[in-house]
Design a binder for this molecule. Structure first.
Ligand SMILES: Cc1ncc(C[n+]2csc(CCOP(=O)(O)OP(=O)(O)O)c2C)c(N)n1
Ligand SMILES: [Mg+2]
Length: 1022
């Protein structure tokens, strides 16, 4: 039963009628003899019980009780227990023992009605009713501010969305105030445990209570947190915002804040002056972002964080690089100069580039590392990448609680609410193998996205509502109140350090210029911009404030400004001398030591010793050792038995080949991480890397124990991570890409459930994987496993869109690379990624191991099989994996046809699964002497050398490319021009396969069979 239903069930046990008096009876039991007293004639009493202030209190008690029965008073505990057990109305209550110590959540009657014991009215039911009702109403008021105070807070520097003050209070407190007159405002009320506004005071006049609540919740900060399920967390936040004096800053802190604001403002003003016609997506209107980020970093550093991984969009990026990361200013200025690049890479526009800096945090005197991940224009796409990189840093630093590495994500308001990847990324935040133990999100909420107003760009009240799904507190703050911003930054850093959960800072600001500096905002937002033009910049507002407070003098303000101006001018003249830019200055993830001392054209061997294969194979085929009570499912036991038989006969199927690749890398000290939907078992139930003890604890839904053989192969092996992911491609692939950026000595793999689904992660594939090295000279050895193949499963379970990956390869189809001994590795070094369609476990084994054996890193896209997973013909002997063997980029014909090539009429090239169909059909047609079949395992880069050799061998044969995909899909359009180039356009290759189609595969079984038959006939028709 869900919580709300349980609660209403419990409340339904209150005496019939449920007006407030009856509810009070329900609360305090019938023993006081007041159950029959008529309800008091107040507006509140006329309300149904569930809408009354007492229901809030009951609910709070109940929530606390659900989480920890001991946290509420014993009488509540007994009551909820009895009521849950079905006690009759009025009988669930047991009076509290009078001498019991009150618990933090207990508000005994004597505390909410202190006057009762001394009042001359003791015993008068009417008066005590009023006292109780008044106190309950005050609790309701307090709770109302905590829940809804943010909705009337003064958050908008433009004042456009500010609530009319005359209505504000009413909106928050609703009818709780109706019962109180002006005189009541002077009456003192006992403060409940659910508020901290009193500080040391236990009671306050109502007027003061309201004033303090408005200070806490309705000024420049709007706190959204009461949706959080944890009472402890709610109380923590209440304390941080309600305690008197929490926002007080000393003059040193104020001066530092002013200095930081001066830099933030000065940087943009300087760029505007020097490069007036250049786009820079300046921060004007949200200059507070820089002091805010610095405050988060200072505070987190003092709490133990050593490394910050950050992701951010265009807005204010240059300023962040300069003033938060302290990237050398001349590096930034040279980006405006239009200079040639002096090193590798095609580069990127200046407001996308990443950086990595190590520096001293002057406030805490500790060394810190700061990385801003390079990102594409695609807003929010870098969110999961940042999380993956952060997770990897935590993993490799043994920072299992995220105390040392922190991710900070910046967002624009329109993108934060509009882009689905934000939601997908939030959902990774609490998953065991994906959590970064809390991210600090900062939204530059300038209340506009390009030219679109929020009312046209989102349906939620706030742009931050997406964060509520993970119970992240949200701190809205008026960006023109710098001290309020600093306060929320401190609280956010403390929150993350205390609870290790996400938190959002919503900087409500404005955009002083157009979307970029060349845009005219008056075209589309005339009223908003008329108002903006009248606003003083925050630096002036805050400077004036500090001058009027006597914290600084006008001369000091000018001095700080001039000093920074000088720094900028000096850097500007240095930059002017530069004649080149360096892409390497902008690497976000340097791999120190990885490239040094390596032969850049040498691949380490990928074959392994037979004993290693056997050891891994046996472990992988066995139940956990020394755990005789571990009950294995009968079906799994059969799989393990057949694995063991294969190992004994020195063969491997797909799952074994993969396990041997992983296991041997683990043995060599390489961390392997396999992530994706249902990867632990494998979509096709072939992998079974995690065995589940079939006996679970009674009444739990969690398996009792699990066993992961590959994580337990050798005592000193590297860790093996295999993790079922959330059902997201975009976020999870982005995450793994980020993970792969951190450590080159790890094999990081993302597997799609079916290859077809990779296109929901298209942005990561296009913007990061395919082009990342070229744009940002950042390498990644990430592997994509994409189940692919036309097996009659319909249009969305057949194609990983091989053609798209091939179309994006950066090798020229018309240029034959020069031949040399290191031809193959040069090709790999030059290309942007590797695309393969392996047909044997040995091929798969070697190509996975080669990822680590290469002296550089390239993404690897593998079309993986479905039916081949179990096809007996598609097994490999250990002979193909032992020392001395290596990845075969192409398997030439090895059967009868190869013995007498002159007799061969046709040479078929193919790739992947279709090979086995062709083999069978050729045999059935008795054409084994006449038709040769060669398999291209590595499609890109294209194995020109091997293909040419095979073509030369069958000099008189007609050449055919056979594929099962439709003609406008698959590898055909990649293969055709390359074979033509390889053969100097002197021989022709023809196509045999399905005709063109709009849909990747038919959904009709019969059509599928007909098409498959036809393609084999066409392929073999001499
Ligand atoms: C995925 C994606 N779609 C569209 C765009 C084009 N675009 C660039 S900036 C922008 C507006 C962003 O608004 P907001 O997130 O509020 O950031 P702001 O520019 O206001 O700081 C748009 C639509 C983009 N860069 N990325
Ligand atoms: Mg915006």
């Amino acid at each position: 039963m869900n919580r709300a239903r349980v609660l209403s069930h419990l409340l339904s046990r209150a005496p019939p009628g449920t007006p407030l008096a009856a509810a009070r009876t329900f609360l305090y039991g019938g023993t006081r003899g007041k159950a029959s007293a008529p309800p008091p004639p107040t507006a509140l009493a006329a309300e149904p019980f569930l809408n009354g202030s007492s229901s809030n209190y009951v609910e709070e008690m109940y929530t606390a009780w659900l989480q920890d029965p001991k946290s509420v008073h014993q009488s509540w505990d007994t009551f909820f227990r009895n009521a849950s057990a079905g006690a009759a109305p009025g009988t669930a209550y047991t009076a509290p023992p009078s001498l019991a110590e009150p618990t933090p959540h207990h508000v005994p009657l004597s505390s909410i009605a202190p006057a009762m014991s001394t009042s001359p009215m003791v015993g008068d039911a009417q008066i005590s009713d009023k006292v109780i009702d008044d106190h309950l109403a005050v609790q309701g008021i307090i709770r109302a501010y905590q829940i809804r105070g943010h909705s009337i807070a003064n958050l908008d520097p433009l004042g456009i969305n500010t609530v009319d003050p005359s209505q504000g209070r009413q909106l928050v407190v609703r009818n709780y105030m109706n019962r109180f007159s002006e005189e009541d405002m002077e009456r003192s009320f006992k403060l409940p445990m659910s508020t901290y506004v009193g500080g040391k005071e236990r009671q306050l006049p109502l007027k003061e209570i309201i004033q303090r609540l408005e200070n806490a919740y309705c000024r420049s900060i709007g706190v959204e947190f009461m949706f959080i399920n944890s009472l402890e967390q709610c109380n923590w936040i209440r304390q941080k915002f309600e305690s008197p004096g929490v926002m007080t800053m000393d003059s040193m802190e104020k001066r530092l804040l002013l200095a930081r604001l001066t830099r933030s403002h000065g940087f943009e003003a300087f760029l505007a002056r020097k490069f007036s016609s250049e786009k820079r997506f300046g921060l004007e209107g949200c200059e507070i972002l820089i002091p805010a980020m610095k405050q988060v970093i200072d505070r987190s550093t003092s709490l133990g964080v050593e490394s910050f991984v950050m992701g951010m969009p265009h807005r204010g990026r240059l300023n962040v690089l300069a003033n938060v990361c302290r990237k050398p200013l001349e590096h930034i200025f040279t980006q405006f100069a239009g200079l040639e690049s002096a090193d590798e890479g095609s580069g990127d526009v200046k407001y996308h580039l990443g950086t990595y800096q190590e520096r001293l945090n002057r406030v805490t005197n500790k060394n810190i590392r700061l990385a801003i991940v390079a990102n594409p224009s695609h807003l929010e796409a870098c969110d999961p990448v940042v999380q993956g990189k952060t997770r990897a840093e935590q993993f490799y630093h043994g920072d299992s609680e995220g105390k040392k590495v922190l991710s900070i994500l910046l967002h624009g308001d329109a993108a934060f609410s509009g882009q689905g990847i934000v939601y997908e990324t939030f959902h990774l935040s609490e998953l065991p193998e994906y959590t970064t133990h809390g991210t600090i999100h900062i939204v530059v909420n300038n209340q506009i996205g390009f030219t679109t107003d929020p009312r046209m760009s989102r349906s939620s009240p706030y742009c931050t509502d997406v964060a509520r799904v993970v119970n992240a507190p949200i701190f809205h703050v008026n960006a023109d109140d710098p001290e309020a911003v600093m306060h929320v930054c401190n609280v956010a850093a403390d929150w993350r350090s205390t609870f290790h959960k996400d938190v959002v800072i919503d900087l409500v600001c404005y955009r002083r210029n157009g979307h970029n500096e060349i845009d005219e905002p008056m075209f589309t937002q005339p009223l908003m911009y008329t108002r903006i033009r009248k606003l003083k910049p925050v630096i002036e507002l805050y400077g004036d404030k500090l001058i009027s407070e006597g914290v600084v003098t006008p001369e000091e303000v000018k001095e700080v400004k001039d000093k920074y101006e000088k720094i900028l001018e000096t850097a500007f003249s240095v930059a002017k001398q530069e004649t080149q830019v360096f892409n390497k200055h902008w690497i976000d993830s340097p791999w120190s030591g990885f490239f040094e001392g390596k032969d850049p054209l040498k691949i380490s061997p990928t074959g392994v010793h037979e004993d290693t294969l056997k050891h891994i194979g046996k472990k992988f085929s066995s139940a956990p050792p020394n755990a005789s009570d571990f009950v294995i499912h009968r079906g799994i036991q059969r799989i393990l038995n057949s694995r063991m038989e294969m190992v004994e006969s020195r063969t491997a199927d797909w799952a074994l080949g993969e396990a041997m690749a992983f296991g041997s890398l683990l043995k060599e000290g390489t961390h392997v991480r396999l992530s994706g939907q249902d990867v632990e078992r494998g979509t096709f139930s072939h992998r079974h890397h995690v065995l589940h003890h079939q006996k679970a604890f009674k009444d739990t839904s969690v398996d009792k124990s699990q066993y992961n053989a590959l994580a337990n192969l050798y005592r000193d092996q590297a860790p093996y991570t295999v993790c079922n992911s959330s059902l997201s491609e975009y976020a999870v692939l982005g995450f793994e890409l980020g993970f792969s950026m951190t450590n080159p000595n790890a094999l990081v793999i993302w597997e799609a459930q079916f290859g077809d689904f990779n296109n929901t992660a298209q942005c990561i594939i296009d913007q990061f994987m395919s082009s990342g090295q070229s744009k940002w000279i950042r390498q990644s050895g990430l592997v994509l496993l994409l189940p692919h193949g036309m097996e009659g499963m319909g249009p969305e379970h057949s194609s990983a869109r091989l053609e798209r990956f091939l179309q994006m390869t950066s090798d020229d189809p018309d240029v034959l690379p020069p031949f040399s001994d290191d031809f193959a590795i040069r090709q790999l070094s030059d290309i942007n990624w590797i695309v393969a369609n392996c047909s044997t476990p040995a091929s798969y084994f070697h190509i996975l191991r080669r990822q680590i054996a290469l002296p550089f890193r390239k993404p690897l896209i593998i079309m993986t099989p479905k039916s081949l997973l179990r096809l007996p013909e598609a097994r490999s002997s250990f002979d193909e994996m032992i020392e001395g063997t290596e990845f075969q980029r192409m398997y030439p014909e090895a059967g009868p046809a190869s013995n007498n090539p002159a007799n061969v009429k046709r040479l078929i090239f193919c790739s992947g699964r279709v090979y086995y169909d062709l083999l069978q059909a050729r045999k059935e047609a008795g054409l084994e002497e006449k038709i040769a079949i060669a398999r291209v395992e590595q499609i890109a880069p294209f194995p020109y050398d091997l293909v040419m050799k095979e073509c030369a061998k069958y000099a008189d044969a007609e050449l055919v490319w056979s594929q099962e995909e439709h003609k406008n899909m698959g590898a055909w359009s990649y293969i055709q021009p390359r074979i033509s180039t390889a053969l100097n356009h002197e021989r022709h290759i023809s196509y045999a396969g399905r005709p063109v189609s709009a849909s990747p595969a038919t959904g009709n079984k019969k059509t599928h069979i007909r098409e498959s038959k036809q393609l084999l006939e066409d392929s073999l028709a001499l």
